[in-house]
Design a protein around this ligand. Structure first.
Ligand code: SF4
Length: 405
């Protein structure tokens, strides 16, 4: 079938690196099998493979759609069809056509807005993460028409005539958000703070004002109204907000061995050691944190802001931001900021640990590990939201403090 597809220009450049991959996607999470492929497995003509496929897959009786019809059983947290060369034996023995939809399409993800497919790569794949994050130029998008034999749509938006104003003005709001986050006249923290002020104002107004608020912000941005906005934020309050999140992260990940992927846990362990995040000497940890921000981190990140920018723009595009929480614009903004702040604090922690040996590969690997940990385990973010809510910190003001300088 022919589809209109809007996708970032990086999209078609992706190529799986197979046996050279340092963190194969064939382990660490459930791999679902679609109904069509599962039926093919049952009738497979290769008797050895058929037996193996029957033995190592299981039906998902709770499936809500055909894409989730069955699963590969994992052994030692790994797919049994991954061979000794780290290659998929279904692919090498039965051919590409016998791979399930999940394995054929990963790390591509698709949503749909007004009948136009929105394609993006998820950062849980290390090769996709390199492609998305390491482009120093601004991420650009293209609209094409293509033939696709099969496609699974995660979320659908119908903006035309929608009664929900966020859905109705989805394109305008997304365009404003992406343009602001790509405005390199500001540092990344300033761009996120302006976005927060914008959503705060939007949260309180009526439908007819959305376009005029966008216009007002664009004019104010061009007039320099938000220049030096960071100077208006108290450093002490910022450090306090970030520091309490740091302890929350370290206390929730390391003790829960059953949760989160191992590689991400290792990153957190490095962060804890680097910043000496120990409850019996909080003053020492705070000093380490401040010294790292003003020293190794600042030096490391100063010419790599485009990585944050690419991370955020890809998040916005891939998650249908700001309509990803069905009309709760503040929650959508909070999700964006919590993800950004976790990544930023992790990088600060890794800078404290590796010092001058911190490098771009470690940074990309950290973002990939975090994305992979989150994709199949929402525990961490849920705990963060509960904590913020319990402490009355689920507000735009607190998000702005957590963004930091
Ligand atoms: S994680 Fe990405 S690069 Fe690695 S094996 Fe999977 S698709 Fe290929």
């Amino acid at each position: 079938m022919r589809y209109k597809i809007l996708k970032p220009q990086y999209f078609d450049k992706f190529k799986c690196i197979g046996s050279n991959c340092e963190d194969t996607c064939c382990k660490g999470w459930d791999i679902t099998i679609d109904k069509k492929t599962y039926k093919k497995y049952i009738k497979c003509k290769n008797i050895n493979m058929r037996k193996k496929l029957q033995q190592h897959t299981s039906r998902n009786r709770k499936a809500t759609d055909d894409y989730n019809f069955a699963r590969f059983k994992l052994y030692d947290n790994k797919c049994v069809f991954l061979d000794e060369n780290n290659l998929c034996s279904i692919y090498s023995i039965l051919g590409e056509d016998s791979m399930c939809y999940t394995c054929r399409s990963y790390p591509r993800a698709y949503n749909c807005v007004d009948g136009v497919i929105q394609g993006a790569l998820t950062l849980s794949c290390i090769e996709a993460a390199r492609l998305v994050l390491l482009n120093e130029n601004m991420m650009e998008f293209e609209l094409v028409e293509e033939e696709l034999s099969e496609i699974m749509i995660s979320e659908n938006i119908h903006s035309i005539n929608s009664k929900n104003i966020l859905e109705k003005y989805f394109y305008e709001l997304r365009e404003f958000s992406i343009t602001l986050l790509q405005n390199r006249k500001f540092v990344i923290e300033e761009r996120l703070i302006i976005l927060g002020l914008f959503f705060n104002e939007l949260d309180t107004i009526e439908e007819c004002n959305i376009l005029s608020i966008i216009d007002k912000y664009n004019i104010n941005i061009n007039r320099g109204y938000y220049n030096n906005i960071l100077e208006k934020i108290s450093i002490d309050n910022t450090i306090e907000a970030q520091f309490s999140l740091l302890f929350l992260l370290s206390n929730n990940i390391i003790p829960n061995r059953s949760m989160f992927n191992e590689r991400y846990r290792e990153n957190i362990q490095h962060m804890i050691e680097g910043l000496e995040l120990y409850i019996d000497n909080i003053e020492n940890s705070r000093n380490k944190f401040i010294d790292t921000i003003n020293g190794t981190y600042e030096e490391f990140i100063k010419d790599k802001e485009y990585i944050y920018e690419n991370y955020l723009v890809n998040y916005i595009f891939n998650n249908l931001f700001p309509y990803n929480n069905k009309g709760n614009i503040i929650l959508s903004y909070m999700n964006l900021i919590v993800n950004f702040v976790i990544v930023k604090l992790n990088i600060i922690g890794m800078c404290a640990y590796y010092k001058n040996d911190m490098n771009i590969e470690r940074l990309v690997s950290l973002i990939q590990n975090y994305s992979k940990a989150l994709l199949h385990d929402s525990t961490l973010n849920n705990r963060i939201y509960e904590y913020l809510k319990d402490n009355n910190q689920n507000t735009i003001n607190h998000m702005i403090l957590m963004i930091g300088k």
